[in-house]
Design a protein around this ligand. Sequence first.
Ligand SMILES: [Zn+2]
Length: 429
Amino acid sequence: MNILIKNVHVITGDANNIYIGINNIAIKDDLIYYIGKKIPENFIPNKVIEGKESIAMPGLVNAHTHTMMVLMRNSADDLTLENWLHKNILPKEKNITRDIVKSGTMLGIAEMIKSGTTCFLDMYYEMDVVAKAVLDSGMRANLSYGLMTCNQWQKGHEYAKAFCKDFHNEYNLANDGKLKTSVEAHSVYLCDETMLRANATLARELNSSIHIHLHETKFEVEESIIKTGLTPIKQCLKTGVFDVPVIAAHTIWVDDDDMMILKEKNVTSVHNPSSNLKLASGIARVPDMLDLDINVAIGTDGAASNNMVDMFNEMRLASLIHKGSTLDPTVVNAATTIQMATYNGAKALGFENLGLLKEGMKADLILVDTSCLNNIPLNNPASAIVYSSQGSNVDTVICNGDILMEHRELLTIDEEKTIYEARNAAKKL
Ligand SMILES: [Zn+2]
């Protein structure tokens, strides 16, 4: 399908050249064919979208979430991490069934599309159910599945490994390459040294990456040092986890030594400001990481600790909290924040040609309404995206050249049915 978007403000996703003015965008099949002032002579669109009252930008990449946990939102708030996890979340997770995962994932995917996310990195149980929901929705995703989440590891690592490999062989690069897989190594506090090594070996054998929670709390780091003499980051270094590409959520309590390891090993840090503030985990050293050229992406984490999966909310917070905590209003500016939420995430998730509005890139893009009250006057489009827009201002979502939402109507998901099923599923938790 050929789509022409006319007269639209273009945000590129590249912090060094974030806004390139009003242009026409031609999409041919799954790729951005042209961006410029003219309309290519040989281009015959099947669909024309008037972009006059819109900003076009790359689809947002939610680089760390547990999608299904939208079913647990607003159910465990204002609690210590200990109470939140052990007295509320883990007991709920004992009731989880494949149907509940399916309903929750569909709800989360619908919420993500409606707030401009086209791609996400997920870590949860029953990943084959999640994969099917992603395939149905037409979204792009990287799904993490490892020796612990496959629920088979008690039968022995070799058995679990074979089980995981089947998942990866079935879903990696499925659906025209829109689906990718990675290896989940939940955290150093849940994976002992043997488990970390086994996941690292699995990732190496699959030529894949590892998705891990790392240095989320002060307690996690202190406990690791007491138990092993090493910080979790040094444990990862020792066990070969960092010998494959790693996407590390949180990385809050990181000293200078550990930060240099992240840099040398090209680890991506995923910043989850809402979750970190809500659970009082702390504030990641994002300005320092950016200064060192560490790849920093943005994620919502699960909605049990957010309580949304809206990347607009996350971008705004990601920019604001560091200004407050460093007393420097110039850090994590709007352009940098947009790049973190788009290109940096796409790169971390292993998607090539993604995350920038540029000719030849994958056609994952969103149109944000500039005629809504909170975006008038527009003045600066990059500022509008980070500081004054909300997820509900997203009008149209295109992923891989396919329209997933048009004028706020979901085209691949039955919204009413999704809400009905999610309400029923939540009652069973
Ligand atoms: Zn998480």
